[in-house]
Design a protein around this ligand. Structure first.
Ligand code: HEM
Ligand code: HEM
Length: 238
């Protein structure tokens, strides 16, 4: 079958830098932490589950801050587009050329996917702080003691149900990454690992406009977020 949508191989390609180090570290650490939280729950290892959850919380707080002070293409303002642009982009996906579908950051549809993923993992991590297991693990999240039983039971419910939304969103997200790889021949996955990507030379200009923030600033903010979460949990546990 001939794919009408398969972009023609451009005559020349240029390697461009796309994602800063803090964004890449954030992404793969988030994947590791979410998978560890899921896996440790299967293994009934609640201490590891809690640590993985605090790590997710740390990473999400970091990413929210980085969404305001990070590299230009990591900022929310640069990738959360209005409905018109999102729908316009989605309509172009099936037949679009590289020139129409390439962005020096998240595309308008992907940008909202990012926001949804961040929100869902944030809800999971925060609700976990209020979640208890009192049948055989006898474990209380660190904020259970500060919440009314109504709040705690609502959070418990959210923690046990929101995970299904995470499965769906992550499934769609990974499907989209492979869709771009296989159908559109755009390797966004390697770009999230190495930070670089090959694009048709005539599109390289938009990547030259990215303003990269200092990676050290990113690491510093991430460490502070970790200290904040660790300190908060320690304080709450008394
Ligand atoms: C627990 C699973 C995952 C979660 C929660 C997750 C979450 C996210 C988030 C929040 C971003 C935005 C990155 C940023 O701007 O900081 C992102 C981007 C991305 N993720 Fe994931 N991810 C997951 C798994 C994966 C996997 C397994 C792959 C590879 C197959 C993948 C490939 C990508 C790619 C390619 C991007 C960049 C998309 C673009 O170019 O716009 N993700 N992911
Ligand atoms: C994003 C991070 C997290 C993920 C992905 C996650 C995932 C899960 C999942 C899948 C379950 C089982 C739900 C079910 O069986 O219906 C669960 C249960 C639970 N989680 Fe989390 N969780 C996270 C963070 C946390 C945090 C931060 C805490 C508390 C420190 C926590 C405490 C608990 C407790 C107490 C249970 C109940 C255990 C049980 O019923 O066996 N979780 N979590």
């Amino acid at each position: 079958m001939i794919h009408a949508s398969t972009p023609e191989k451009p005559s020349s390609e240029t390697k461009v830098k796309l994602w800063d180090f803090p964004v890449r570290l954030f992404h793969w650490a988030l994947v590791a932490a979410v998978v560890t939280a899921w896996w440790s729950n299967q293994q009934v290892m609640i201490d590891i589950h809690a640590i993985a959850g605090y790590s997710v919380l740390t990473l999400v707080i970091f990413r929210i801050i980085w969404g305001f002070v990070g590299s230009s293409n990591a900022r929310f303002a640069s990738f959360l587009a209005g409905p018109k642009r999102v729908l316009g982009y989605a309509a172009k996906v099936p037949k679009g050329t590289a020139a129409e579908l390439t962005y020096a950051g998240h595309n308008p549809a992907g940008g909202w996917m990012v926001a949804v993923l961040l929100l869902l993992v944030a809800v999971q991590a925060v609700s976990g702080l209020f979640t208890s297991e009192d049948t055989f693990l006898f474990f209380d999240g660190p904020l259970v003691a500060y919440a009314s039983s109504d709040v705690a039971s609502t959070m418990n419910w959210i923690h046990h149900n929101n995970i299904n939304l995470i499965y769906a969103a992550v499934g769609l997200h990974v499907f989209a990454a492979f869709f771009y790889l296989v159908v559109k021949r755009e390797n966004l996955i390697t770009a999230m690992i190495t930070g670089a990507r090959k694009v048709p030379t005539e599109l390289a200009g938009m990547f030259a406009k990215i303003r990269f923030a200092s990676p050290l600033l990113g690491i510093g903010i991430l460490v502070l977020c970790g200290l904040l979460v660790w300190g908060g949990v320690t304080l709450a546990r008394g």
